[in-house]
Design a protein around this ligand. Sequence first.
Ligand SMILES: O=C(O)CCC(=O)C(=O)O
Ligand SMILES: [Fe+2]
Length: 306
Amino acid sequence: MSTIVATTNYDRMKEVKEFDDSKLGAKGLSDSGITTIPKLSRASAKYRQANPPSCGNMGLFPGEVQALRPAGASGCRIYQQQRPISIQGGKLARLRASLDVPEPVDTEQIPAACREELLAWDGHATAVAQTVAELLAEGLGLPARRLISEGLLISRLIAGVYYPYCPQPELTLGLNHHTDPGMLTVLLENKVAGLQVKHGGEWVDVKPVPGSLIINIGDSLQIISNGEYRSVEHRVLANSLKKPRISVVEFFNVDKRDESGLLGPLPELIKPEKPAVYRSCTFKELHENFYSKGLDSKSMPDKLML
Ligand SMILES: O=C(O)CCC(=O)C(=O)O
Ligand SMILES: [Fe+2]
């Protein structure tokens, strides 16, 4: 990748393409010993002012090392997913190695190096997600298994995310602000801070607590609970520490294969005093919305608001 020189004729898309073509990723860039970050990953001063303490228009500094999907997909292949990330004035593809395995899981398809650990993690995280889903159903006055029985948590995606040291963390972000599109997310992180949630209009640090897991409520749960549960807006600051931040994230979602399946407020939750807040959408619409939009654009509940 070429050195970035400040000029008045800065060609952002050229730099984006060079970065993409270099296949270095944020980790490779960080490991090469850079002391300043490329211009493409810097937020404008105006944007930073509006989003203190540090904010970029994209997360250039995560390296997603691996994403594995134990269930909910039709093919069975390892692939490099070019997932477009919206940046000022264009799109940057973020490379992400993924594994799609159909149900029932053919464990042979999972790389041997992490097979045992991955299956163990999937089992534990699923048990946690199901227990949380039971408590949340009861909180809505529903039978405990209501959210689980209809396969609302059936599709699982596991992603390992690596946030390398960033020499200028105040100029960018590790991961831009967003809400998770699914039902629930179970997140395990090492002891390196960086995750923040929006609370009362302010960004609040989520301090790592050893031995704990973080559970996010996603957009799908907000929709089916008719707005009783709200998805949480979160982001990850660029990592200012020499130690990498690592997280293992498992997303629980509706069945991705069922394209015509409908997601909307559960009928039991629609009452004369609380009519439906959202219209229903197909599972296909839900997934397409997430993969076509930039992380920071309008969330699905906002789009479905009646
Ligand atoms: O790495 C983290 O802590 C958060 C990751 C996340 O929010 C996501 O992948 O949706
Ligand atoms: Fe997230």
